[in-house]
Design a protein around this ligand. Structure first.
Ligand SMILES: NC(=O)CC[C@H](N)C(=O)O
Length: 354
C-alpha cells in the first residue's frame, strides 16, 4: 500500500509500506551511506530512536545472518529504502531483511526517492520525521521527548585473558568486546549506574562505550566518569569520546547532519597517517573548547576538520569519535585497540603489549 514519509521541514515523499493502515512511526531522520553493513547498522544501539535512510539503492541483497548483530535486536526506529531486496543470496543468510524487520516490528518504507530525502537532510539538517500510510503531515506532533533504553541491567563478563577491562555500557556494540577478547582481555560490562563499583573490580583499564543521543544527557555522571578515567587507562569510543571531553570541561555540539557511513577519512595528527573509518554520530566535540583543558586533538576528520579523537597530556587516555571496531566498514583503525592495550600494559608495569 502507498506510504508517505513526512519531514519536519515540510517536505513529503511517497513510497510503499506493507504494515497495517493505522500505523505511524516518528523519530529523528538520519542517513547512512555504506553500500553494505545494514545488519550492523540496524542492531547498533547508537541508532535508537532514529529513522535511517539507506542511501545505497539496493539494501538486503545478502540477507540477515546470525553473526553480524551488534546487539540482540534491531534498535532503529524505522528504515527508508529505495529498494529492500527480497531475493537475497548468501551462504550464511537465515532470512531476508524484510522478514527480519517484520519479525521485530520495525517499520520500513521503500521505493522512496532516497536521494531527494538526503538532499533535504543535508539542507535542513537531521530533523524529526514520520512515515505512515497517511498523506497528511502531522509534523507538529513530531517534537517528542528523546527516550532511550540503553545500558544493560546486569554486570556481565566476556573473555578470560589476564588483562581485565571494565566497559562502561551506554549501549555498546558487540564488536568492541570482540576486538578486546580476541586480544586476550577479560571484559566486564558495567551499566552506567554501577560506575561506583568499578574500583572493587580492580580493572587494568576502562572503555567508555558508544551510545545513542546527546552526550549532555549524562552531565549528571560527568564527575564520576572523570574520577574513574583519571585513575585507569581509558579508551573512549564515540559517545565515550564525547563524555571524556565533557568530563574535562570541553563542550559538544550537534553536527548539521552527522557522519554515518563506512568511508570517513581521518588523519592521525601524531603520525600524519590517513585512514578510512566507520562512523555513526550526530554530535562533535568543539575543537576550541579543548584549549583550556589538558586534552589534545589526536584525530581529525579530513572532510570537515571536526575532532575525531583526543588524548590527554598526562593521563593514559585515548579517544576516537570514529569506530575502530568497524562493523560495518573498514577495519584499518583496529590498531587503536593495540595502542590502548599498550597504555594499559605500560601502566600495569608489564612489558609493552606485543
Ligand atoms: N555511535 C555513538 O556513540 C554516537 C554518539 C552520540 N550519540 C552521537 O550521535 O554523536
Amino acid at each position: 500500500m502507498k506510504g508517505y514519509l513526512h519531514l519536519e521541514n515540510g517536505s513529503s515523499f511517497e513510497g510503499e509500506i506493507d504494515l497495517g493502515s493505522d500505523f505511524k512511526v516518528t523519530g529523528e531522520i538520519v542517513f547512512f551511506t555504506g553500500m553494505t553493513g545494514y545488519q550492523e547498522v540496524l542492531t547498533d544501539p547508537s541508532y535508537q530512536n532514529q529513522i535511517v535512510v539507506f542511501t545505497f539503492p539496493l539494501i538486503g541483497n545478502y540477507g540477515i545472518n546470525e553473526s553480524d548483530n551488534e546487539s540482540i535486536r534491531p534498535q532503529i526506529k524505522g528504515a527508508v529504502f529505495y529498494e529492500c531486496c527480497s531475493a537475497y543470496s548468501h551462504y550464511e543468510a537465515k532470512s531476508s531483511l524484510k522478514e527480519y524487520l517484520k519479525k521485530w516490528g520495525i517499520p520500513f518504507i521503500e521505493h522512496v526517492d532516497t536521494r531527494a530525502v538526503v538532499k533535504q537532510i543535508r539542507e535542513s539538517g537531521s530533523m524529526k520525521a514520520e512515515f505512515s500510510t497517511s498523506k497528511e503531515k502531522t509534523t507538529q506532533h513530531l517534537i517528542q521527548e528523546d527516550i532511550y533504553q540503553v545500558s544493560s541491567d546486569a554486570i556481565e563478563t566476556y573473555g578470560q585473558g589476564k588483562t581485565h577491562l571494565v566497559l562502561v555500557d551506554f549501549g555498546y556494540k558487540k564488536s568492541i568486546v570482540t576486538c578486546l577478547t580476541k586480544r586476550g582481555c577479560r571484559v566486564t560490562i558495567v551499566p552506567i549506574d554501577n560506575i561506583d563499583r568499578i574500583a572493587q573490580m580492580q580493572p587494568d583499564g576502562i572503555i567508555l562505550s558508544n551510545g545513542p543521543g546527546n552526550p549532555e544527557r549524562y552531565t549528571y555522571a560527568l564527575s564520576k566518569i572523570n574520577r574513574v578515567i583519571t585513575k585507569y587507562p581509558t579508551l573512549g569510543i564515540c559517545l565515550g569520546h564525547q563524555l571524556v571531553a565533557l568530563s574535562f570541561g570541553a563542550k559538544t555540539k550537534k553536527l548539521h547532519f552527522g557522519h554515518r557511513g563506512a568511508n570517513h577519512p581521518v588523519t592521525d595528527l601524531k603520525t600524519n597517517q590517513v585512514f578510512i573509518t566507520s562512523q555513526n554520530h550526530s554530535y562533535e566535540v568543539i575543537a576550541n573548547s579543548l584549549k583550556p583543558t589538558d586534552l589534545i586533538v589526536r584525530f581529525s576528520h579530513i572532510n570537515d576538520e571536526s575532532v575525531e579523537g583526543v588524548c590527554h597530556k598526562t593521563y593514559p587516555i585515548l579517544t576516537t569519535q570514529f569506530h575502530p571496531e568497524a562493523h560495518p566498514g573498514p577495519t584499518e583503525s583496529e590498531w587503536i585497540f593495540d595502542e590502548f592495550l599498550n597504555l594499559v600494559a605500560v601502566s600495569k608495569g608489564d612489558m609493552l603489549y606485543a
